[in-house]
Design a protein around this ligand. Structure first.
Ligand code: HEC
Length: 501
């Protein structure tokens, strides 16, 4: 059977780029079509943003600093621009891009990080496109403070023609609450870089505040703006962005539900997310879908994720401002997904991010990174149904480890040299239990040395986990990956938690 399918794929010639597969997950009660996927282009290097251009090509950025477009039918690629000034490191580089939808305004907006001495900064630049070149760069926003994490960022054009951009808090939570800082914000400017007269803080590009690190920005129906945002160890968010609203970071993560959060929400008006995710999913690009091509997806927000390597379809209510349901597609099929866009014909395109700083296990593959088309399968032969993987039954400690630790320390406990330390054979894991429990409750912010290698990054606090869960995951890492240390009890965790309050 396998042989026949492969044969059909070959003879139909649909596999222009050598890859066709179906996504049988879409066949469910309210999905009316079977979907297939096809690689449009491969061998890219983190296609951060993809967008449907006015010329019916897909325009895309690559993190290292290139802007290209690809013909979605033939896979032909044209490189339009390379910006040598771009500073790529971890999640920094050439990030957001928006192409103005009005052909009479032939503008492309790009936002990227660069270095000035040792400072990391970002700028938003507008280029004018002609047939196949980009000319007249105009800097619209300059010297936006950056950092090696929490740096955003996305750019989109509002239905009223304004340019919207998200900025990260640059690892200083206080920036997000300070309306005088440009960090941790959604910004709004005119296409010439001037400040719209109706912005909430006169003379300031700030449109909303209290954001940690929004890496998705898109308009839905009736001019409703959505952002997707990375939480810390918990509470990734999808927000509906309103003029002048405060989204609570760093005091409120997700909803106003803990005691501390409720206290803050009593004195400050906080707008809570329309949806949040714990364990985190690492949400990236978003796009609004309202085509009848995939009827089940009409009036949905499409969200791609990095950590959970999937495409989420978030069905919206009639008003377009609430999420009614969530479905997951492409689950671990192509690795980390960074960007998503929709064509006027109602086909969906996603881009992978497997050559970034934190690749999933088994990635990058040689064809990475890719742009992949998702479309209604043609009747007949080319569907290859997705394999259903049987998930092994896991120890409770393994479940917690997979949910909260694997994305950084990896399932084999080997980490990523210089970024995420190993948990295999380290003195912090195998040594004094109280120190280990303390690390898990409070997190870490460098610098530390693990097995002779320096680390100077952030590890989130896991104090929201119960004593039991901490004891399970601590025991797990002390007995896995070839580690052979004693287990940790709930009582031991309880003691450390009480002592450090
Ligand atoms: C977002 C990424 C991230 C997640 C998620 C994460 N860690 Fe870490 N972890 C780090 C980083 C980064 C360091 C080093 C911190 C530094 O440089 O100061 C670290 C350090 C550690 C250390 C001490 C150094 C060592 O390797 O022995 C332990 C132990 C540890 N983590 C355990 C865990 C456990 C258990 C979990 C899950 C409950 C977890 N971490 C989740 C990023 C992470």
């Amino acid at each position: 059977m396998k042989g026949i399918l492969l044969f059909l794929v070959l003879i139909t010639g649909v596999a222009l780029t050598g890859y066709v597969s179906g996504v049988d997950k879409s066949v469910s009660s309210d999905d009316s079509v079977r979907l297939a996927t096809k690689t449009v282009i491969s061998n890219l290097n983190v296609a951060w943003e993809i967008t449907w251009g006015p010329d019916n090509w897909i325009w895309f950025t690559e993190q290292g600093g290139s802007l290209s477009k690809v013909n979605p039918e033939t896979g032909e690629r044209k490189i339009l621009l390379h910006i040598p000034e771009v500073y790529r490191y971890r999640s920094l580089g050439l990030l957001g891009m928006a192409v103005h939808p009005d052909p009479k305004k032939p503008y492309v907006f790009l936002d990227y990080t660069y270095k000035n001495g040792t400072s990391i900064l970002s700028k938003l630049v507008r280029y004018t496109y002609t047939a196949d070149t980009l000319i007249n760069p105009v800097i619209l926003l300059n010297d936006i403070p950056g950092a090696t994490g929490h740096n955003g960022s996305r750019v989109t054009i509002a239905p009223d023609g304004k340019v919207m951009m998200s900025t990260g808090d640059a690892v200083k939570g206080a920036n997000a609450q300070n309306s005088g800082s440009i960090n941790g914000k959604i910004l709004r400017i005119n296409i010439d870089g001037t400040i719209p007269a109706d912005n909430p803080f006169p003379g300031s590009p700030v449109w909303s505040l209290g954001h940690r690190n929004a890496q998705g920005l898109a308009f839905g129906r009736k001019g409703i703006l959505f952002s997707s945002e990375h939480g810390d160890a918990v509470e990734d968010e999808l927000n509906v962005i309103k003029k002048g609203a405060n989204y609570g970071w760093p005091f409120v993560e997700g909803f106003c539900d803990t005691e501390k959060e409720q206290a803050f929400c009593k004195t400050t008006e906080v707008t809570v997310p329309v949806k949040s995710w714990t364990p985190v999913i690492a949400p990236a690009g978003i796009a609004y879908y309202n085509s009848s091509t995939i009827p089940g997806w009409r009036n949905s927000l499409l969200l791609v994720t990095l950590k959970t390597q999937s495409l989420r379809v978030l069905k919206l209510n009639e008003a377009g401002n609430e999420v009614l349901s969530e479905k997951t597609y492409l689950d671990h099929e192509f690795g980390r997904l960074r960007g998503v866009c929709v064509s006027p014909a109602g086909d969906v395109y996603v881009s992978t991010s497997n050559r970034d700083w934190n690749p999933g296990e088994g990635y990058p593959k040689k064809e990475d990174d890719r742009i992949i088309k998702i479309f209604p399968a043609k009747a007949g032969s080319t569907i290859v149904t997705q394999k259903k993987t049987v998930k092994p039954v896991l120890l409770p400690g393994a479940v917690i480890y997979n949910n909260y630790c694997t994305s950084c320390h990896k399932s084999d406990g080997k980490g990523i040299a210089g970024i995420f330390p190993p948990l295999k054979g380290t003195s912090q894991v195998l040594g004094d239990k109280n120190t280990l429990i303390h690390i898990m409750l409070k997190g870490l912010s460098g610098p530390i040395t693990v097995k002779g290698q320096k680390y100077n990054q952030e590890m989130p606090a896991f104090n929201f986990l119960s004593n039991k869960d901490i004891s399970l995951v601590a025991s797990y890492i002390r007995t896995q990956f070839g580690n052979k240390a004693s287990t940790v009890s709930e009582a031991e965790v309880s003691k450390v938690r009480a002592a450090k309050k």
